[in-house]
Design a protein around this ligand. Structure first.
Ligand code: ZN
Length: 139
């Protein structure tokens, strides 16, 4: 069995944002030379997510609105986590809902997606450098 590990770095200039990282993940897969196996893509920070869904801007605006309803950023004083002097309790919760990682089957050297599936990085407390782990295993 072969394995290949890579870290992707992001620095989202705003507090929140979604980025389609499918091309970067495909590059990792091609570098690995693996044709059959699994690929794990995982956010290494507890205020960011990796998830799979449609690349559609309306949907991303809907996520933004929905997540702000569930865990509004303001007022920051509503969260006990922020008593520590941080202001990102909402970002921890948004990460919990949107997920930590995805696993995609690798078939014939390609990501074995459904018709509209794409991989996204979800940032909930940006304006700093953060990493995503990509691990490919197989042969
Ligand atoms: Zn925090």
């Amino acid at each position: 069995m072969k394995s290949h590990r890579k870290e992707l770095w992001f620095n989202i200039p705003t507090r929140r944002g979604f980025v389609n990282i499918t091309p970067q993940v495909e590059t990792c897969l091609h570098e690995s030379g693996i044709l059959e196996g699994l690929i794990l893509v995982s956010a290494m920070h507890i205020t960011a997510s990796v998830f799979i869904n449609d690349d559609e801007s309306g949907l991303h605006q809907d996520y933004e609105k929905w997540l702000e309803k569930l865990a509004p950023h303001e007022p920051v004083s509503q969260y006990r986590h922020n008593d520590t002097g941080e202001d990102n309790a909402d970002a921890h919760m948004k990460r919990q809902i949107m997920g930590r990682e995805v696993v995609v089957a690798v078939t014939d050297g390609k990501l074995d997606f459904g018709p509209w599936e794409q991989i996204f990085y979800g940032e909930f407390d940006g304006r700093r450098r953060k990493r995503v782990l990509v691990k490919v295993i197989g042969e």
